[in-house]
Design a protein around this ligand. Structure first.
Ligand code: GLN
Length: 489
């Protein structure tokens, strides 16, 4: 049963050949069997899942089923869930139980989903391998014996979906945290237009970049999830009044129509060193698009290689300000000190991990009066130039394609320096700086059998067209994203 996609499972629930309780039990059994080893959940909620599923079956019986009724999903543990511990994978929030529900998780409740649990991630979503989690890193189900990363920061969600421990999941993408983990685990991950999905109730990392989005096995499934996540939210001041993603269950072909689709390739990325597999697969898929009727055009985003430097100034700056609220006074961990300041110090020293502290230090430094102009303002200028360059490029092309990463998943015990980790975000951060949507879709397997992904990038609010093209790529790569054979089911 865990082989069913969301689309297939919904059809089976509708014709009542399976029940939501059966489907949920199948997933709970998988979690029971592999959950510990994969470490993809920080908290599991089996009782909640079963009661959600029972309610769902009642709605199917009475003909009142909702859009995602009965779908067992994982919620990244960055989204506040009422009455259910929400940790952001940090010690400082280890025992934090919110009294409110984030807009995204509420949307899933309203759509009839079944909550399996809260998925693992990098602490406060800062990282690329989910290794900064206070709860230990999740593992990729691919080549399990090699203990590869499932990526980060949404690595618990990708580990869970790739291994059949959830039918779909949520993620957040500040600099690539949905697209990178999806690319290396063979999944579809959408970073929607900034402002399309509400950030309300989602633990803040870098507010001008944070973007909630779906993680699924197929483009269709990602589109259904996105339709539930998207929408204007008056509680989030950056939520767009036009936020809407309407999906009728079918992604229409965007190639082979009367109007020729112009697909851009970013010139500057050609100089970036990527693995032979990534290069070959990307070229193959571009050739496929061409043979399906796309016109391939070269475009230029002159400052795109500076996006990383700008991101690693802007994101920590915003993070240092957002994380000031964890002071032991109102919620979360508190370590008593001799006086107020000492309590702050002890609480934050014990509560935050190394990477989070590094980001707070960088952020505080670049915002200090001596550095503000040279670092923060300069980064803000680069950000503006990149956004403008994308706007200009979209006059020459309708959509853009590029690799999602330089290569496949690395072992969790890879010994990389902080800067080497940061460099892994090269292909993803520019879209966050520009606020434009991007999806990572599987484009094939490496020689050694590990998944790789490529991105489709679109102008703001062209999320639908972006997914339509992603679906063509998915079809062309005819990729089976199930590593479960390795796990003996
Ligand atoms: N790897 C990036 C970082 O560490 C992106 C994280 C994210 O998108 N949440 O900041």
């Amino acid at each position: 049963m865990i082989d069913l996609t969301i689309k297939q499972a919904l059809a089976k629930l509708k014709d009542r050949s399976i029940s939501a309780v059966e489907l949920t039990r199948a997933y709970l059994a998988r979690i029971e069997k592999f959950g510990k080893e994969l470490n993809c959940y920080i908290t599991t909620t089996p009782e909640r899942a079963l009661s959600d599923a029972e309610e769902s079956d009642k709605r199917y019986a009475s003909g009142n089923a909702k859009v995602l009724d009965g779908m067992p999903i994982a919620m990244k543990d960055l989204f506040a869930t009422r009455g259910i511990r929400t940790t952001a994978a940090s010690r400082i929030l280890e025992n934090f139980v919110p009294q409110y529900e984030s807009t995204i998780s509420q949307n899933f409740i309203d759509a009839g989903t079944v909550l399996l649990g809260k998925s693992n991630l990098d602490e406060f979503a800062m990282g690329t391998f989910s290794k900064t989690s206070f709860f230990g890193a999740p593992v990729s189900p691919w080549h399990l014996e090699k203990r590869l990363t499932a990526g980060g920061s949404s690595g618990g969600s990708t580990s869970a979906v790739a291994s059949g421990l959830a039918i779909g999941a949520t993620g957040t993408d500040t600099g690539g945290s949905i697209r990178f983990p999806c690319a290396i685990t063979g999944l579809v991950g959408v970073k929607p237009t900034y402002g399309l999905c509400s950030r309300w109730g989602c633990v803040a990392f870098a507010s001008s970049l944070d973007t909630p989005g779906p993680i699924a096995r197929t483009v269709d499934d990602a589109a259904i999830l996105l339709s539930v996540m998207a929408g204007h939210d008056p509680k989030d001041s950056t939520s767009s009044p036009n936020a809407k993603f309407e999906f009728d269950g079918e992604l229409k072909p965007i190639l082979g129509n009367d109007k020729k689709l112009r697909v851009g390739i970013i010139k500057e990325f050609a100089s970036v060193k990527i693995s032979d597999d990534m290069k070959n697969l990307f070229e193959k898929r571009v050739a496929d698009l061409k043979s399906m009727g796309a016109e391939i055009v070269e475009i230029s985003i002159p400052n795109i290689l500076d996006a990383l430097s700008a991101y690693y100034i802007i994101a920590p700056a915003e993070a240092s300000s957002n994380l000031a609220r964890y002071d032991g006074m109102r919620y979360g961990l508190r370590v008593e000190g001799t006086d107020l300041e000492d309590t702050y110090k002890k609480t934050r020293s014990a509560g935050f991990g190394e990477e989070v502290k590094r980001r707070i230090l960088i952020g505080t430094a670049v915002l200090s009066s001596q550095s503000y102009d040279v670092y923060f303002m300069q980064a803000a200028r680069v950000r503006r130039m990149i956004a403008d360059a994308f706007n200009k490029a979209f006059e020459q092309c309708d959509l853009i394609v590029c690799p999602s990463s330089a290569g496949p998943a690395l072992p969790l015990d890879s010994d990389l320096t902080p800067l080497e980790y940061y460099a892994l975000d090269l292909f993803t951060v520019a879209m966050n700086l520009a606020g434009i949507p991007a999806v990572s879709v599987p484009c094939g397997l490496t020689q050694s059998g590990l998944p790789l992904g490529m991105q489709v990038v679109a102008p703001r609010f062209k999320d639908m067209e972006m997914l339509q093209l992603a679906k063509h790529i998915e079809t062309a790569s005819a990729f089976d994203n199930r590593p479960t054979k390795i796990m003996g089911n």
